[in-house]
Design a protein around this ligand. Structure first.
Ligand code: NOJ
Length: 534
């Protein structure tokens, strides 16, 4: 009898546990959909939008701006998918007040912008500071602050005076470190009394790969099997350019801490391109490949600025190709950031290429796949013919919301929960969504579900302090030109008028906690889109 009673108790306890688990699962899937609220995030959590100078400003060579690497690159036939350039872009240089009003109307508490190097210092250390450009950024910063919007300033976002390429080979030369420190100092001197958050460099990892391995960003250098460029070395040059960027960052960080930080109690970080990697199969080899891919991607930048050296995984596989830091440089780099900026868009599968052969040619590469292999990992967006997540307008960006939690967790664990900010997250519409661009339901779903997983990571203890949508408005998406659209505002190509998409309305409602975004409206539109596409 006693035994029977015990069995009953155990059974009923199990039942209760099962029930609780089922409820939490249902809750999660609801959250994933549309339930996410601002109040799911800690008090003071920053919500913003991000842009970068070359992608939105326009005003080519205006008011003393010098020629930049992108100005020059866009003029090479075939370099930009739609043959366009950033000469006018979104004309933000002339319309910044309207754009700030838009940010204010959305209820943003932060705005991430970058400073154009070729506007502020058209000739680098050889010339004067362009005071008109300083005034331009002063007006932006002051007007943001007036409206309670915290400026987050990226010092280097892929753009620098072209002259550096011609004089000493840009980021391939250590001279670029000194140029960078001079530029950073100029920014701290002119804006450091009001700007509290600085990002030294945007995505050194991605920039180095695209500029020196794959030749899709200037100066477009590469070698086989990555591509057939007139000059370059895809194995070594990305490592050299990243090395110079990291040292430039560390020197600027030291300067900031010594001379400027105390003025406003400022914080300085670096931003990485952070793809999440999932093993293609359950094999130990693929699991290791996924770890390796993470080390060769985000940890390439983050290990040096937190621990003072490159990831052990990279040292093991690169051998002497990987530049080394002197012990003074390691000291300078170690702990040179106050926060980690994460640009997260999607996840990819990782397949081991040490124990199996992976090289694909143009026709056999899977979507999101790589022709050439870094770290002996083949990256792909497809497993057994099925995408890892919905494809988007960018070939390697698949929608995998849970990847946000996984990415944040990885960084939290590897870097002892250093403060983090999601400095970019966004959805690029594929061409099939262009006609109905205003009704960007997929973009809304994207942000809702990524935010839900971010909130979950925070609930589990990750110290994440802010989230920025990429981007406030459609803009010049580098080598894809204006064809790739990430914005919550559309820019009319003739009038340059800013037209809110449905996602802008959703973000505003999310930020102002207003009753709730009209889910019925969303459903009607999804339905209409569905019918249209059938
Ligand atoms: C990362 C870059 O920082 C930004 O410039 C770019 O437009 C977005 N990702 C989308 O590719």
């Amino acid at each position: 009898m006693k035994n029977m009673k015990l069995k009953c108790t155990i059974f009923s306890r199990c039942l209760i546990l099962l029930l609780l688990w089922a409820i939490s699962e249902v809750k999660c899937s609801i959250q994933e959909q549309s339930d996410i609220k601002r109040t799911d995030f800690p008090n003071g959590f920053l919500f913003g939008a991000a842009t970068s100078a070359y992608q939105i400003e326009g005003a080519f060579l205006e008011d003393g701006k010098g020629l930049s690497n992108w100005d020059a690159y866009c003029r090479i036939t075939g370099s930009i998918a739609d043959g366009r350039n950033g000469d006018v872009a979104d004309d933000h240089y002339h319309r910044y007040m309207e754009d700030i009003e838009i940010m204010h109307s959305l209820g943003l508490t932060a705005y991430r912008l970058s400073i154009s190097w070729s506007r502020i210092l058209p000739r680098g250390r050889l010339g004067e500071v362009n005071q008109v450009a300083v005034m331009f950024y002063n007006k932006i910063i002051d007007n943001l602050l007036l409206r309670g919007i915290e400026p987050f300033v990226t010092i280097y976002h892929f753009e620098h005076p072209q002259e550096f390429e011609e004089r000493f080979g840009g980021w391939l030369s250590p001279l670029m470190q000194d140029e960078y420190v001079h530029f950073a100092k100029t920014c701290f001197e002119n804006f450091g009394d009001r700007v509290k958050y600085w990002i030294t460099i945007n995505e050194p990892n991605l920039f180095s790969e695209l500029a020196y391995e794959r030749a899709s960003y200037p100066p477009a250098r590469c070698s086989p099997p990555f591509g057939n460029c007139a000059s370059g070395n895809s194995d070594v040059e990305p490592l050299i350019s990243a090395h110079n960027m990291l040292l430039g960052h560390a020197k600027a960080a030291k300067l900031y801490r010594e001379q400027f930080k105390s003025k406003v109690d400022g914080l300085l970080g670096i931003t990485v391109s952070a793809f999440m990697y999932v093993p293609l199969t359950d094999s130990e080899d693929d699991k290791e490949a996924a770890e390796r891919a993470l080390a060769f991607n985000s940890a390439w930048t983050l290990d040096p600025v937190v621990f003072g050296d490159y990831p052990p995984e990279m040292k093991r596989y690169h051998g002497s190709e990987l530049p080394t830091f002197s012990s003074e440089e390691r000291d300078l780099l170690r702990d040179s950031i106050d926060f980690i900026g994460i640009n997260h868009y999607g996840s990819l599968y990782a397949k081991d290429c040490i124990h199996s052969s992976c090289i694909c040619n143009d026709s056999s590469c899977t979507p999101g796949g790589d022709r050439a292999i870094r770290g002996f990992v083949y990256q792909t967006g497809v497993r057994n013919g099925v995408f890892i997540g919905d494809p988007t307008g960018m070939v390697r960006f698949f929608v995998v919301p849970r990847g946000m939690e996984e990415m944040v967790h990885y960084i939290k664990e590897r870097y002892h929960n250093k403060p983090m900010l999601v400095t970019e997250n966004g959805y690029s519409s594929p061409p099939s969504e262009y006609d109905d661009y205003r009704h960007d339901v997929k973009r809304i779903r994207f942000h809702q579900s990524y935010l839900a997983y971010l909130a979950q990571a925070i609930r589990k203890g990750a110290d994440v302090r802010g989230y920025f949508i990429w981007s406030l408005m459609d803009n010049f998406e580098w080598s894809s030109g204006f064809r790739t659209k990430f914005g919550i505002y559309h820019i009319d190509s003739l009038t340059l008028n800013r037209i809110p998409k449905l996602s802008a309305r959703w973000y505003r409602d999310f930020l102002t906690n207003s009753s709730h975004f009209d889910a019925d409206l969303l459903n009607t539109i999804s339905y209409r889109n569905k019918v249209k596409s059938e």
